[in-house]
Design a protein. Structure first.
Length: 123
């Protein structure tokens, strides 16, 4: 059941990102790409910084891939190869009882929504 919460958080985050880019549709593709990279890297760094440290393996195992191979299509993937990362995400650590990924995606969605509200007021 907890894993469903992560999927919902990710879905909400992606939906908010999509709305954000639709709302700034007057940007050039290059400027949109720069903004996309900035949001993804900020998300990646927040997740990594929230990762609990014992040996440092889980924290050092975070990776991010950002692609723009097809015009108009931006893709990003944040992942971790530590075999126990799901345990950490779902409360197995007292250092991060709420996880790292879910809380960061929720925060980033809130930030994007605030930006969207500001953009809609300015029009």
């Amino acid at each position: 059941m907890k894993r469903q919460g992560a999927a919902i958080s990710m879905t909400r985050f992606l939906r908010d990102m999509n709305k954000f880019f639709i709302s700034i549709g007057d940007l050039t593709e290059t400027n949109a790409w720069i903004k996309f990279q900035a949001i993804v890297l900020r998300t990646f760094n927040k997740i990594k910084n929230r990762t609990p440290v014992d040996t440092g393996f889980a924290k050092s195992s975070w990776r991010v891939e950002i692609n723009h191979d097809t015009p108009g299509l931006f893709q990003a993937k944040i992942y971790n190869g530590a075999w126990y990362i799901a345990l950490l995400e779902y409360g197995h650590s007292k250092q991060a009882p709420q996880g790292m990924v879910r809380i960061t995606l929720i925060e980033q969605s809130i930030t994007i929504r605030r930006i969207l509200k500001g953009l809609s007021r300015g029009r």
